[in-house]
Write a protein that binds this ligand. Structure first.
Ligand code: TXA
Ligand code: MG
Length: 325
């Protein structure tokens, strides 16, 4: 069921009362709290099981509010906001006094974004303030792209879940550090590097691990329960069959070039040929392979251009070492 006006008003009331609301965005579902309510923000960390030093994104209703949440808005940030908001772009800027340190993990910068989803925008407008929200999953696991993913993972820990249907983009926003003279990408995501570079008229550095601010944090993130193994596309089938013969319950993300090939594995998901469809489906595919009882997922990386850069980043991190390693 998709959210109606009365749901939006109820959700805004929950935020005002210091509660937590899961809500749809075009990228993934967020777990939201009133950004100015330190206690509510603290509960987000508790529900997610996330270290308090790992900062949240503050969602705002429009680019015209940008100046309310940051100390200064460099020309580059203004340009990017004008061009890409509402949309899957997060800008890291100097923290305004209105933003409590709890929301920024103690940092003097704040991550801000205007989501391009009618339900999210209606919620932000009804609420009137900023909503601090990470993805609505437990720390380290795969982000939810439907309301039922959120309910399955967080259940009663959330006060209200707004259902806005499946997320159109499917991977998280692109995070750009816009505090300095030269912007850089901290996390590839729904806005492509090529699109950013076209607007800025310069090439951008991608520091795709530096947004992890927690010392000693494990690189495994966006991870399903099953272990993820990455191989060259032409080796996916052989690797999957070998592991299956060894006794694993193997799930396969089968590259488009092998579509329809018979694979002796426990479960096979055919990866869509378009990166837009792949990004939209990625987290659902990983959840599905978990649900079907796979203990090992064999996959390959797409070409790292356009949305392929974000997909490859998430797959690499899903394949990273686990705390038990
Ligand atoms: O698409 C998205 O960005 C989704 C939806 C819900 O908006 N949100 C999301 O939030 O992915 P989360 O918390 O799962 O990831 C936010 C990332 C974290 O990796 C965090 O380190 C980074 O943003 N971040 C937040 N504030 C930052 C800051 N001040 N400086 C650098 N990185 C920051
Ligand atoms: Mg997340």
């Amino acid at each position: 069921m998709t959210a109606v006006t009365s749901d939006i008003e109820k959700a805004a009331g929950v935020l005002r009362a210091g509660g937590l609301v899961a809500f749809p965005t075009e990228t993934v579902y967020g777990l939201g709290a009133n950004a100015e309510d330190s206690a509510a923000v603290a509960r987000v960390f508790q529900v997610k099981g996330r270290p308090p030093s790992h900062p949240l994104i503050v969602h705002i209703g429009g680019g015209e509010h940008l100046g309310d949440w940051t100390e200064d808005v460099p020309a580059t940030a203004r340009l990017l906001a004008e061009r890409f908001w509402p949309g899957p772009l997060t800008l890291v800027l100097r923290r305004g006094r209105r933003v409590p340190l709890e929301a920024t993990g103690g940092l003097e910068t704040v991550a801000l974004r205007v989501p391009a989803h009618p339900v999210a925008l209606a919620l932000l407008s009804a609420f009137g303030g900023g909503v601090a929200a990470p993805s609505a999953n437990r720390f380290g696991s795969v982000s939810p792209t439907t309301a039922s993913h959120v309910r399955a993972e967080l259940g009663d820990a959330v006060d209200f879940v707004l259902d806005g249907g499946p997320c159109a983009v499917g991977v998280e926003s692109t995070i750009v550090d816009a505090t300095g003279e030269v912007p850089s990408v901290l996390r590839p995501g729904g806005v492509t590097r090529e699109d950013l570079e076209a607007v800025l008229g310069r090439s951008l550095a991608v520091h795709s691990t530096s947004h992890v601010r927690v010392p000693g944090q494990h690189p495994s993130h966006y991870a399903p329960r099953a272990r993820v193994v990455l191989v060259e596309p032409e080796k996916v089938v052989a690797e999957a069959e070998f592991a299956q013969e060894l006794g694993h319950q193997v799930g396969v993300l089968l590259p488009p070039t092998f579509a329809g090939a018979p694979v002796k594995a426990h479960a096979v998901v055919a990866v869509p040929g378009s990166t837009t469809a792949y990004a939209r489906g990625l987290y659902g595919f990983l959840r599905e392979l978990d649900q079907r009882g796979c203990d090992l997922i064999v996959a390959s990386l797409p070409v790292e251009e356009g949305l392929g850069l974000a997909i490859a980043n998430r797959l690499r991190r899903a394949a990273g070492p686990r705390p038990s390693d």
